[in-house]
Design a protein around this ligand. Sequence first.
Ligand SMILES: [Ca+2]
Length: 382
Amino acid sequence: MAPGRLLCRLGVTGSLVLGALGTASAQEPVEVCTQASKDSADAKTDASAADACIKRCEGVEGGGAATRLKKCRDRLAAIRRDEAERQRKAEAAAEAERQRKAEAAAEAERQRKAEAAAEAERQRRRASPIELAYVTIPGGTFKMGSEKGDPDEKPVHDARVETFELMKTEVSVAQYEECVKAKECTPRTTVHYAGYSAEDAAFWSKSCNSGRADRADHPMNCVAATDAEAFCAWAGGARLPTETEWEFAARGKEGRPYPWGPQPPDATRVNACGAECVEWAARNGKRWAKLHDGHDGWSTTAPVSSFPKGATPEGVLHLSGNVWEWTASSYCDYPSKKCAEAARVIRGGCWFNSVAAWLRGAFRFRYSPSLRFVYLGFRCAR
Ligand SMILES: [Ca+2]
């Protein structure tokens, strides 16, 4: 008991008070150390008690003070270690909790976006008056152009494409005519080609597919770029592919020469100008060269879903041959510095081609966007 409290309780005289205080002040350092050591042992994890013990026992000699000092130092060190460990665990737990919350928030955001995308797709489908088959082309970078090709295919350069969807087939006559019925597309049954005589125009217009009973599943041809864009916009808010997207779909990251791979075009993979086309030309008083000696079965256009051997690995058909395809891109020098006035890039070659190089994925051609011809069609992208 402390001397002061003794005084209050007993109400003793001044001499007794002095005696009591004198006894306390006379306590030996060894005893003080011993008591502090016991207090610290009783207090167990109280760092201040261990610290007090160390202060009381430091410099005290004899009576086991050195042993007590060491024990108190060890105890204080252990208390500090335990505290540090608790602190570390608490911080680790807080960090884990923070990460858990961040992951939960990210997951919730992913779900929100996926639900929003699914809803947008449902709305798009509800709004789309026609169902078109699309293939997803995962985004990536590729070497656009070809050092072996024409001057306008150079220089080969890195191009990046975001993930997009491209129609599996060229737009068919039946599909286009749905848009005409909806009064959102212009009927097209004639060619429009600058410099053609009326006789030429009449001859070629016979090969426009729209309105011909046997051509419903053939590609829609004789359309201008704006006709193609109107159709794609009507069909669920789609668009024409860019030239870069088109080449990426045709060649892939691996830079295939042709949509199907490295094999040269033949009668099984592509609708181009084989024997059948040369015969057709001869019947019409023309002499054309042929691509190969084979007979591909289609003297002009072929159904949009034919020639499965010519598909890309993703299943896109007729990127090579059948009809050239409008793109959304102006015709510019690589890498897009000088652009031709009002010239639109067309891609892919057609049924009339007798030159294998023109059927390559890197080959570029240009047309005025208002021209309409029998070997030119399109497909949509989104
Ligand atoms: Ca053919």
